[in-house]
Write a protein that binds this ligand. Structure first.
Ligand SMILES: Cc1cc2nc3c(=O)[nH]c(=O)nc-3n(C[C@H](O)[C@H](O)[C@H](O)COP(=O)(O)OP(=O)(O)OC[C@H]3O[C@@H](n4cnc5c(N)ncnc54)[C@H](O)[C@@H]3O)c2cc1C
Length: 566
């Protein structure tokens, strides 16, 4: 067993993790900062962010407008105090990354350009063409090189060890060698991203498997609002690759099989730039009404995204999606229609946290998609995640560094660490029940697409719980055929699927118990929002019999809930 100690330990090298690492190192350059990631940081899912990062930069815009758009977008489940504080933190991050070299797109006068985005009342999405994530990540990674940050790339975290409710250590596998490595930190930041690959048709990188949520949950840290899964209206059919919302914000239309522009029926004021839950449902309803396109891409019916009338903007402002349509579907978006269908895109839920990024364990912080603050409530607005990674990544980095300065590393809980080592090599690797891990993962994803998708109803949700219970039994009987110690990806999948099974159970149980429709959670059998009973967050805590669900009221400051229409 190898042991590594750092002052500040960060799990995850995406936008939130990198931003946190820089903040911790800047706060006190004498601190050692360790960043552990199952991928090289620049392969993190954050590089695929496309369309933009909301920030109040224009004097005609305001923090109140950004707050209200976010609260309305959240379908009044977002905590208003957190949202108000968050929007004020964002502009500084845009200017800071600008100074660090991020090539934000500019106006002819040299100021930073901002575009419209779904459900915004002011064009406040700053962007770097449609490669926002790529450019921000390159900027952060280059900046991180300046500091005392130790990168532990391709280390897979398996478990958080707590002792008496206090932070103790994190166990990992060094994927390159197969070595079992234990990390200890005075403070720890979770920045391990979302859980979207629980679903089959998703815009997410295949690495986004909810490990951070799963590890925290198993350690007893509660998760919040997990039933809220965002579906993005325009996943490219059949791959699911994202066609950014910026395409519609720049003027792209949705058309059904009759070539009718249908969004006016569902969102008479905002049309295609209504919030994502509204547009996703509209597409599904069009398909259900027989106005979907049955085409050349297998069984999935779809609608069209028409960008022909904005062809002159494509090369400069939307080059990536133009390239994606060409490379993956052979379609020239300047002259042809692009097939799209709602795809899983964002995990609104995550580790229960607040705008200070603290969790239920002292010295353990969380940032990015791994966290549920709750800024996004029941539905995240497009362009409101990368700014969260930057703003709250910064908060988490500073908070963890402050903590590290006045605390020490605890004595290693050798018994628990040894148990984990045994579990990996003697239980997981030697289990021999004949079940195939990739098949279990596929069956889980099919179950989630079918039973816990855009539309939800009691019976399919109950079926989902039964299916997940059966999958958990099969999981106990897996055989990992690859016995190698180096780059044993089958073993890594086994851990990921274990986390995914827990999370699927929490999502489904929360969805079944939430007998209302709010934001991305739409119950056909309870189509109305029920503020009297459900303006509250779902808190899921681990128990050996499945998640224990409790509720906590939403914080309201000055915006009383009203009917949400676009
Ligand atoms: C296609 C796409 C486009 C998007 N476009 C936008 C946009 O334009 N604007 C916007 O605001 N938002 C956008 N989003 C959302 C946004 O990109 C993400 O929410 C955000 O990038 C998440 O960043 P993160 O740092 O929290 O997680 P990630 O970037 O996913 O990073 C997670 C990190 O955790 C590590 N990790 C995970 N599990 C383990 C483990 N077991 N052990 C060790 N390390 C682990 C990974 O290696 C990775 O480094 C988009 C999302 C998608 C899917």
């Amino acid at each position: 067993m190898e042991k590594i100690k750092e002052d500040v330990l960060i799990l995850g090298g995406g936008m939130a993790g990198l931003r946190a690492a820089i903040a911790a190192a800047e706060y006190n350059p004498k601190l050692s900062v360790g960043l552990v990631s199952k991928l090289y940081p620049l392969r993190s899912h954050s590089v695929s962010a496309e369309g933009g990062t909301s920030a109040v930069l224009n004097p005609k815009d305001s923090f109140d407008l950004h707050s209200f758009d976010t609260i309305k977008g959240s379908d009044y489940l977002g905590d208003q105090d957190a949202i108000e504080e968050f929007v004020r933190l964002v502009p500084e991050q845009i200017y800071t990354t600008d100074h660090w070299g991020c090539p934000w797109s500019r106006n002819p006068d040299g100021t930073i350009s901002q575009r419209d985005f779904g459900a915004l009342s002011f064009p406040r999405a700053t962007f770097a063409a449609d490669k926002t994530g790529f450019h921000v990540m390159q900027t952060l990674f280059s900046r991180a090189m300046k500091y005392n940050i130790h990168f532990y790339n391709e280390y897979f975290a398996t478990k958080l060890i707590l002792n008496g409710g206090q932070l103790n250590s994190v166990t990992t596998i060094d994927l390159r060698t197969g070595n079992f490595v234990v990390f200890q930190g005075k403070a720890l930041i979770f920045a391990m991203g979302g859980a979207g690959r629980l679903y089959q048709f998703a815009t997410y990188a295949h690495s986004v498997t909810g490990d951070g949520d799963g590890i925290a949950y198993r350690a007893g840290i509660p998760l919040k609002d997990m039933e809220f899964i965002q579906f993005h209206p325009t996943g490219l059919v059949p791959s699911g690759i994202l066609i950014t919302e910026a395409a519609r914000a720049e003027g792209g239309y949705l058309l059904n099989s009759k070539k009718e522009r249908f969004m006016g029926t569902y969102a008479p004021h905002k049309f295609e730039t209504a919030s994502r839950d509204v547009v996703s449902r509209a597409i599904m309803w069009e398909i259900e009404a027989g106005r979907g396109v049955k085409g050349e891409y297998g069984d999935m019916e779809y609608v069209y995204l028409d960008m022909r009338h904005i062809a002159d903007k494509l090369d400069e402002r939307l080059p990536m999606i133009t390239e994606i349509a060409k490379k993956f579907n052979g379609i020239d978006a300047h002259t042809e229609l692009v097939p799209v269908h709602p795809a899983t895109h964002y995990t609104m839920g995550g580790i229960d946290s607040n705008v200070k990024t603290t969790t239920s364990v002292p010295g353990v912080f969380v940032a990015g998609e791994n966290a549920c603050v709750s800024i996004h409530g029941a539905n995240r607005l497009g362009s409101n995640s990368t700014n969260e990674c930057l703003a709250l990544g910064n908060v988490a980095g500073i908070a963890a560094a402050e903590w590290a300065v006045s605390h020490s590393v605890s004595d290693l809980d050798v018994a628990q660490v040894n148990d984990e080592e045994k579990r990996i090599w003697e239980d997981m690797l030697k289990r021999d029940g004949g079940e195939n891990i990739a098949k279990i993962r596929e069956d889980l994803r099919i179950n989630m697409d079918k039973n816990v998708g855009v539309f939800r109803t009691a019976d399919p949700l109950r079926n989902s719980l039964k299916n997940i219970a059966a999958l958990k039994e099969r999981y106990e009987k897996i055989t990992i055929q690859d016995k190698a110690s180096t780059f044993n990806l089958e073993l890594e999948w086994a851990f990921e699927v274990g986390f995914m099974l827990d999370l699927a159970e929490i999502i489904t149980a929360g969805a079944l118990q939430r007998t209302e429709s709010r934001g991305a959670h739409y119950r056909r059998d309870f189509p109305d929002r029920d503020d009297a009973n459900f303006m509250k967050h779902t808190i899921a805590t681990y128990s050996k019999d499945g998640p224990a669900l409790t509720y906590r009221p939403v914080v309201v400051t000055k915006w009383q809930p009203t009917v949400r229409s676009y």
